[in-house]
Design a protein around this ligand. Structure first.
Ligand SMILES: Nc1ncnc2c1ncn2[C@@H]1O[C@H](COP(=O)(O)OP(=O)(O)OP(=O)(O)O)[C@@H](O)[C@H]1O
Length: 303
């Protein structure tokens, strides 16, 4: 089902694959900022200094994010560095628990991350088997998929070399091929697709179209508005942990690109205008699910 702002069904969403409701994620991180040290009590400051520690500060990575993904959608997640894109993917993958809110998924999402559990000392082909096993496939299924993964990754004879000898682009391509070959219902991709050449791009687009056709959902994180524009039916623009806009891929990517361009040119008033327009036109909506039983069937996180 294509995304449509005018779609009456938008308020009651049918066929959801992933539901993210009011998710907040907060990190506590040590900080060398002198102001952070000044903010703690004198006793605590003395303790931290004596033990060589730094005070902790709070980072609100996601500040109440809601979205519903539906079967057949490819959803791009756009935003500047530190806007919360990877955090959102990790939350959807169930790798982190939110401070508040919850995430439901129709099936276990497969996250293709830069830290996918592969072994740098082993050749690419051995890592394909390991990756498939990690996604729950049997050894026989993994062996069967090997040629398809090798073809999709398209890294030639490098497949026989240890992964630690790969360029970052080659590594990303192999990880994408491993994750996609298992035909997951929900595939989460963090920045892999911008690293390939034209042939890889075409193959990966074809694979993603296949997954979507099988009524799956693909999430793609990218800084590159063009990747989102070309590959995603829908896009979510994140800024400082909040959704600025959630709408058709090309339109959101266009707004994001214009906003970024104006920021680069120090045209802050124009950038603010684009932001305000996008917020107004493509504001995220609180999910209302046609089948509330889904929450009972597939709880991933509890309040
Ligand atoms: N483990 C962590 N501990 C503390 N802070 C974190 C942690 N992980 C992420 N953050 C902070 O949360 C915020 C969002 O980070 P996130 O990695 O989700 O951003 P991003 O949009 O994916 O960035 P990038 O485009 O640079 O990959 C950032 O301010 C980041 O510093």
């Amino acid at each position: 089902m294509a995304w449509s702002a005018d779609d009456e069904e938008d308020s009651v969403m049918t066929d959801p694959t992933v539901v993210v409701r009011s998710v907040r994620v907060r990190y506590r991180s040590p900080s060398s900022d002198a102001a952070a040290m000044r903010a703690v009590s004198p006793a605590k400051r003395a303790f931290l200094r004596a033990t060589g520690q730094q005070p902790k500060v709070t980072v609100d990575a996601l500040k109440g994010v809601s979205l519903v993904a539906r079967a057949g959608e490819s959803i791009g997640i756009l935003g500047r560095n530190g806007s919360g894109k990877s955090t959102l993917l990790r939350i959807i993958a169930g790798l982190e628990t939110p401070l508040a809110g919850n995430v439901m998924a129709r099936s276990t999402p497969v996250l293709l991350g830069v830290n996918a559990a592969l072994v740098p000392d082993l050749p690419g082909e051995r890592n394909v088997i390991l990756g498939c096993l990690a996604m729950g496939l049997s050894k026989a299924q993994a062996r069967e998929l090997l040629p398809e993964v090798v073809e999709l990754a398209g890294i030639g004879k490098a497949i026989y070399r240890p992964m630690k000898t790969y360029s970052s682009g080659m590594g990303s391509r192999l990880r994408f091929a491993i994750a996609a070959a298992a035909n997951p219902d929900i595939l989460l991709i963090d920045e892999a697709l911008s690293t390939g050449d034209a042939a890889f791009k075409e193959r990966s687009e074809r694979k993603m179209a296949e997954l979507r056709k099988a009524a799956g959902t693909v999430f793609i994180v990218s800084h590159a508005a063009q990747t989102i524009e070309e590959m995603c039916s829908r896009a979510v623009w994140l800024m400082e942990g909040e959704i600025i806009g959630d709408g058709p891929g090309p339109e959101i990517a266009h707004d994001y690109r214009w906003w970024s361009w104006n920021i680069t040119k120090n045209e802050f008033a124009k950038a603010d205008e684009i932001l305000a327009r996008c917020r107004q036109k493509w504001a995220p909506r609180e999910p209302v699910i046609a089948d509330p039983d889904m929450y009972k069937r597939a709880p991933r996180h509890a309040y």
